[in-house]
Design a protein around this ligand. Structure first.
Ligand code: CUA
Length: 194
């Protein structure tokens, strides 16, 4: 018997080719599944949003919002309404928020009302769930309660141009009694130093 006799089974080069083909096929199947999942996600979310439009849409005229109405400069800030509710109004523009420092009470529901004068902006208050997009022509509103006193950074979180990363405000959460003492008179509060 000779040592040069061919080994049983396929030649080594044939075996490695078969392994490579199997690996290719495995990856093709995995990638196919990923693509199918992504397409299914697009279809499902598209149908979901088409079937469930936003519950409320409030529009505002960008050209006049600084001249009259709710978002004129001296109406911005936080106010204690006659019915005891707290509303914080702000405007976003390239590249700042007005006011630059927002005061809110702790442990009381605060309703934010905000809009943008130019591009799409957005904000998030520190690590809280206060988070919205601001779209020119629309009023964004949500109500939240801050559980802890302290100060948060409130950065713009939608890319809005070259000054985006420098666009932020601060939010000061005061103890409710301290806030109420300041807000009793009904004036618009902010913590912008004057
Ligand atoms: Cu405003 Cu980014």
């Amino acid at each position: 018997m000779s040592n040069l006799a061919p080994a049983a089974g396929p030649q080594p080069e044939h075996r490695s080719e078969a392994i490579a083909v199997a690996a290719e096929r495995r990856w093709a199947i995995i990638v196919g599944i990923i693509i199918a999942l992504l397409i299914a996600m697009m279809v499902v979310t598209g149908l979901h949003w088409a079937a469930m439009p936003p519950s409320r849409v409030e529009t505002i005229d960008v050209k006049t919002l600084h001249l009259s109405g709710e978002f004129v400069e001296n109406n911005l800030g936080t106010v204690l309404q006659p019915d005891g509710k707290v509303t914080a109004r702000l405007v976003a523009q390239r590249y700042s928020f007005v006011p630059q420092c927002i005061v809110v009470p702790a442990d009381m529901p605060v309703t934010f009302r905000a809009t943008s004068t130019d591009a799409i902006h957005g904000f998030v208050v520190g690590t809280t769930n206060a988070n919205t997009m601001l779209i020119p022509g629309f009023v964004a509103t949500f109500t939240t309660t801050f559980r802890h006193t302290g100060e948060h950074l409130m950065p713009c979180h939608e890319y809005c141009g070259t000054g985006h990363e420098a666009m932020w405000s601060r939010v000061q959460v005061l103890p409710a009694d301290e806030f109420l003492a300041k807000a009793r008179g009904g004036e618009r509060l902010s913590c912008v130093p004057r």
